[in-house]
Design a protein around this ligand. Structure first.
Ligand SMILES: [Zn+2]
Length: 123
């Protein structure tokens, strides 16, 4: 489980935790942003399990986005600076800035949910 979380955060292959999921690892560098290798360079795990596989990552992305929106709301409430206008501005800024990372993170998480890790089989 810890290995799978680490592979999602580092955007590595969910099976072996070694191969990179994206050709360009920096989410804020847009050259080759969408490019993923077809297979893991280390364990040969297929990264495109079926056609349209990554449509499912949109649900993950939606969940992360809702989580960020709630986090902005809670932070503004705790800091006692909440107003609807400020909340909308802060939320839009947060979501736009985090979009490239959330995009890649949701693909990594979606793949991780669908591929068994080879390192933690019944510990
Ligand atoms: Zn691998």
């Amino acid at each position: 489980m810890a290995n799978q979380i680490a592979s999602v955060v580092k955007m590595k292959c969910p099976k072996c935790g070694e191969g990179d999921l994206f050709k360009n690892k920096n989410p804020y560098q847009f050259k080759g942003f969408f490019e993923m290798p077809d297979r893991c360079t280390n364990c040969n795990q297929d990264f495109m399990i079926e056609p349209g596989f990554y449509y499912g990552s949109m649900y993950v992305s939606y969940g992360i986005t809702i989580g960020l929106t709630v986090a902005v709301f809670v932070a503004m409430t705790i800091l006692n600076v909440f107003s609807i206008a400020r909340f909308i501005i802060a939320d839009v800024v947060t979501l736009v800035l985090s979009l490239p990372y959330v995009f890649k993170m949701s693909r990594a998480l979606w793949l991780s949910l669908n591929v068994k890790s080879s390192s933690n089989v019944y510990p």
